[in-house]
Write a protein that binds this ligand. Structure first.
Ligand SMILES: Cc1cc2nc3c(=O)[nH]c(=O)nc-3n(C[C@H](O)[C@H](O)[C@H](O)COP(=O)(O)O)c2cc1C
Length: 393
């Protein structure tokens, strides 16, 4: 077993162990992948201010996210088809999050169902919902989330239609994978993944198949989702979902202060500055650049979280110091899951926690709640000449 010291090590192992179709599904952005790349590389433009001879003993990364106590302000983001990256993947990721003391958010498009995850965990998790045209299905989804004691709903608003990822089309992505000579050749070299998948019954979209009439195979499922994603979504409709779910609400996929204000108006308790990990609008600003103007607009009214491009504890610290109250990671924990199952998710969290803790100390801070912009050197105009336009709420 190689020595694992950073998220990149997990990614290398993940690439070797998971079929190419699912690796590519995770490790890609839409079209030219500009936003996907810049989500991470833009963190490198921000520098820390090193401080010395400051008491660094007795540190703590504990705080709260949406009123919930967390061991560090890092949540596991909703990732569709996690159960194809590793058998029973959603259950394993949720268990790792629970043990570590951080929130887990289950995707609507998960393989393990809401009930599967609830039955295997005791910490309440969050449910992410897509905005679909089928009101009955939406109401049932919220009811199932309540029944499962989910502590928050996350409504994703940046996917009314799908940004194109070339590799998924070329690979013929599906769950479970279609058995063609190409996929069989690939699966043959990933035998432990294959054996694992054979050992579980959870190989389809668990929140949809069995919960919607006439959806029982991959092709009827694809047709159902294509038809149900709501291209005419507007804020009135989001308000309707807010009324269907009367618990804590997070709106995910906000990049513009005007939309942030709308999210506040419909009663969101938190928003996530996110461009879906560079999977939707290619050419959009990275989330870390978009964060400042959003905070200026609504930072005193709701919790503002960030995701997209976070691959280390240093990235987490930079986002927190820029003003985010929580950070969500997607690919960073999926690499761990695909590499080593639940232990890999734990490893990813441990790596990020250590990097966050030590970097915070070397910036002269002992508590994550004391971290602020003073620890950073941010290039002038980091949100660029877009600043004025973005602030024009
Ligand atoms: C493979 C994959 C599947 C995803 N599926 C969903 C999803 O079902 N729902 C959702 O709201 N976001 C989804 N996302 C976006 C993540 O929740 C999150 O915004 C993104 O991964 C953050 O970027 P990062 O991966 O660079 O950390 C997905 C991301 C990836 C990589």
């Amino acid at each position: 077993m190689p020595v694992i010291t950073e998220i990149e090590d997990l990614k290398r192992l993940y690439k070797r162990r998971v079929p190419k179709m699912f690796y590519d599904y995770c490790e890609s952005g839409s079209w030219s992948e500009q936003t996907f790349r810049e989500n991470s590389s833009d963190f490198d433009e921000i520098y820390f201010r090193q401080r010395v001879a400051v008491d660094m003993a007795n540190r703590s990364t504990k705080t709260t996210m949406l009123g919930e106590e967390v061991s560090m302000p890092v949540a596991l983001a909703p990732v569709g088809m996690t159960g194809m990256q590793h058998w029973d993947g959603e259950i394993k990721a949720a268990k790792a999050a629970e043990k570590f003391g951080v929130p887990y958010c289950l995707s609507t498009m998960s393989i393990c169902s809401i009930e599967d995850v609830a039955a295997n965990t005791s910490r309440p998790f969050w449910l992410q919902v897509y905005t679909l045209t089928d009101d009955d299905y939406m109401q049932r989804l919220f009811d199932r989330a309540k029944e499962a004691k989910c502590s928050a709903a996350v409504i994703t608003v940046d996917l009314q239609l799908l940004g194109q990822r070339h590799k998924d089309l070329k690979n013929g992505l599906s769950a479970p994978p279609k058995l063609t000579p190409k996929t069989l050749a690939d699966l043959a070299t990933r035998w432990s993944w294959g054996l694992g998948m054979l050992s579980t019954k959870r190989r389809q979209f668990g929140n949809i198949v069995g919960h919607v009439a006439d959806v029982d195979d991959p092709s009827s499922l694809m047709a159902w989702t294509a038809e149900k994603f709501d291209q005419s979504l507007d804020w009135d409709r989001i308000r309707k979902f807010r009324d269907m779910w009367n618990g804590p609400l997070i709106i995910k996929g906000i990049m513009d202060p005007r939309d942030a204000q709308e999210a506040v108006n419909v009663g969101a308790d938190a928003i996530i500055v996110s461009n879906h990990g560079g999977r939707q609008l290619d050419g959009a600003l990275s989330s870390i650049r978009a964060l400042g103007p959003v905070l200026e607009a609504v930072g005193d009214k709701v919790e503002v979280h960030l995701d997209s491009g976070v691959r280390s504890g240093q990235d987490v610290l930079k986002a927190l110091a820029m003003g985010a109250q929580g950070v969500h990671i997607g690919r960073a924990y999926i690499y761990g899951l695909g590499a080593m199952g639940q232990a890999g998710v734990t490893k990813a969290l441990e790596i990020i926690h250590k990097e966050l803790d030590v970097s915070m100390a070397l910036c002269g801070r002992r508590r994550v709640t004391d971290v602020d912009r003073d620890i950073l050197l941010v290039p002038e105009g980091f949100s660029g000449r877009w600043d004025d336009q973005l602030r024009n709420v």
